[in-house]
Design a protein around this ligand. Structure first.
Ligand SMILES: [Zn+2]
Length: 145
């Protein structure tokens, strides 16, 4: 297994009900071998679920210059434009906690990052409505560990 040092949170900037297949196709069109994220949180049938993207053992394609030792997790939706639904937030916290446990990462801001804050990133991702509550999300992950 790769050594994982951080988890990077994204949004998809699509509708929340986007299917894994749609993102997989879009990423392949961009020249990736498959979907670039390791985990997709989405709401295809009205309920928020976690769907596996790329295997965690495989280097992702989600944050240029930061993929080698990271896990990429994307919340479906556009959180520059809309508030993060509570069910999505709950699932995000739970999934971040599972990834922290698996890779023995502390639930802190060195380990749990969002795309826009990374060096070299030029993006709004994961959107202001996730970013404004990011510290609290990370605190909530800590409470689950
Ligand atoms: Zn992103």
């Amino acid at each position: 297994m790769r050594t994982i040092t951080k988890i990077i949170v994204h949004h998809t900037a699509t509708r929340p009900n986007v299917e894994r297949e749609t993102i997989d196709k879009a990423h392949r069109l961009r020249g990736f071998t498959e979907i670039g994220y390791h985990w997709l949180l989405h709401c295809p049938d009205g309920v928020w679920i976690v769907t596996e993207g790329r295997k965690e053992s495989v280097i992702g394609a989600h944050a240029r210059g930061h993929n080698l030792r990271s896990i990429g997790i994307a919340v479906a939706g556009n959180y520059q434009e809309t508030e993060l639904p509570l069910e999505a937030r709950k699932l995000l916290v739970e999934q971040l906690a599972r990834i922290c446990k698996r890779h023995i990462l502390p639930a802190d801001r060195a380990s749990i990052r969002y795309h826009r804050e990374l060096s070299g990133a030029s993006t709004l991702c994961p959107g202001k409505h996730i970013i404004k509550q990011f510290e609290q999300i990370v605190n909530d992950v800590g409470a689950l560990l």
